[in-house]
Design a protein around this ligand. Structure first.
Ligand code: AP5
Ligand code: MG
Length: 267
C-alpha cells in the first residue's frame, strides 16, 4: 500500500508535469516553436520545411525563395541578389539580414517560424539572435539534415521547381504527375538557374567551409539536433517530428529539474 508521503509525491510529480506543459504551451503557443533547418544545398530543407510547416502550423520562411521572388519582381534587391545567386555565392550579409529580419518582424506574434536557408553565416546567426530578442523571441531548435555530397549532387541535378510558388519536384525521387507541370498549382516546372554544374559545386564548397560552422554555434547553445537526411522524404519527415518532440520533452524535464530543486527537501 502507498504511504501518504508517496501519494503526495506522486500527485506533486503529476501536477508538476502538467503545470510545466501549460507553461510550455503558453511559451510556444500550440506549436509555435522557432526552428532552423540547416543543411547543404539539396539536403531537403525546402522539401521538409513545406511538410513540417503544414504539420506544425509554422510559417515557412526560406531566404532563397524571398530572393527569387524579389528577382521575379525585378526589385532593386532582386537585381543585386541575382548576380551572387547565379554564381552560387552567398548574397552579402548586409542585404540578407535586413531582408529576413524585416519579414520575421511582420509575422503574427503567436506564430512560430521555420527558417530554411537562413542563417548561413555566424554574423547572420548573431543578428538573428539579437533581432529575435528585440521581439521577446528566441530560436528553440536548429536541426542539421546530414546528407553525403554524392547524394546532394544527384538530387540537385534532378530538381525542378514550379514557376508560380516554387514547389519542389525531382525527376527521380518526386516526379510530378504530369511531366513539366506542378501538381499543386498547374504552373510550368523549370530548373533553377543555380542548379548547373559549376554553381552547384561552389554552393556545396561554401556550405562545407562556412555554413557548417553554425553546428558549433547552436551546439554551444544546446539547441542543436542532427538527423540522417539520407533517407526517403517521409522517413526524414518522421525523424524530424520525433526529434522536435524529444526536444520539447527534454525542455519540460529540464524545467522540471530546476523547479524541483527550488522546493523544500521533504518533496
Ligand atoms: P536556396 O534557395 O536556399 O538554395 P540552397 O541553399 O542552395 O538549397 P536548396 O534549395 O538547393 O536545397 P534544399 O535543401 O532546399 O533542397 P530541396 O528540398 O529543394 O538559396 C539559393 C541562393 O540564394 C544561395 O545560393 C545564395 O546565393 C542565396 N541565399 C539564400 N539564403 C541566403 C543566406 N542566408 N545568405 C546568403 N545568401 C543566401 O531538395 C533538393 C532536391 O532533392 C529536390 O528535387 C527534392 O525533390 C529532392 N529531395 C528532397 N529530399 C529528398 C530525399 N529525402 N530523398 C530524395 N530526394 C529528395
Ligand atoms: Mg531550398
Amino acid at each position: 500500500m502507498r504511504t501518504l508521503f508517496e501519494g503526495v509525491t506522486y500527485l506533486f510529480q503529476y501536477t508538476e508535469e502538467w503545470a510545466l506543459r501549460c507553461v510550455i504551451d503558453s511559451l510556444w503557443g500550440e506549436n509555435g516553436m522557432n526552428i532552423i533547418l540547416i543543411g547543404a544545398q539539396g539536403s531537403g530543407k525546402g522539401t521538409q520545411a513545406g511538410l513540417l510547416a503544414q504539420e506544425l502550423e509554422l510559417f515557412h520562411l526560406a531566404s532563397g525563395d524571398l530572393f527569387r521572388q524579389e528577382m521575379a519582381e525585378e526589385t532593386e534587391l532582386g537585381v543585386k541578389a541575382q548576380a551572387f545567386m547565379d554564381r552560387g555565392e552567398l548574397v552579402p550579409d548586409e542585404i540578407t539580414i535586413s531582408m529576413v529580419l524585416n519579414r520575421i518582424k511582420r509575422l503574427p506574434v503567436a506564430q512560430g517560424v521555420l527558417l530554411d536557408g537562413f542563417p548561413r553565416t555566424i554574423p547572420q546567426a548573431k543578428a538573428l539572435d539579437s533581432g529575435l530578442q528585440t521581439i521577446a523571441q528566441q530560436i528553440d531548435l536548429a536541426v542539421y539534415l546530414d546528407v553525403p555530397r554524392e547524394e546532394l549532387l544527384d538530387r540537385l541535378s534532378g530538381r525542378y521547381i514550379c514557376q508560380a510558388h516554387q514547389h519542389v519536384y525531382n525527376i527521380n525521387s518526386k516526379p510530378s504527375r504530369v511531366p513539366g507541370i506542378c501538381d499543386i498549382d498547374g504552373s510550368e516546372l523549370t530548373q533553377r538557374s543555380d542548379d548547373t554544374g559549376e554553381a552547384i559545386q561552389k554552393r556545396l564548397d561554401i556550405f562545407f567551409a562556412e555554413t557548417i560552422r553554425l553546428l558549433d554555434y547552436y551546439d554551444r547553445q544546446h539547441k542543436l539536433a542532427q538527423i540522417n537526411g539520407n533517407q526517403g522524404i517521409y522517413q526524414v519527415q518522421d525523424t524530424l517530428l520525433e526529434t522536435i518532440e524529444q526536444h520539447q520533452d527534454a525542455v519540460v524535464w529540464q524545467l522540471a529539474g530546476s523547479f524541483s530543486s527550488l522546493l523544500p527537501k521533504t518533496f
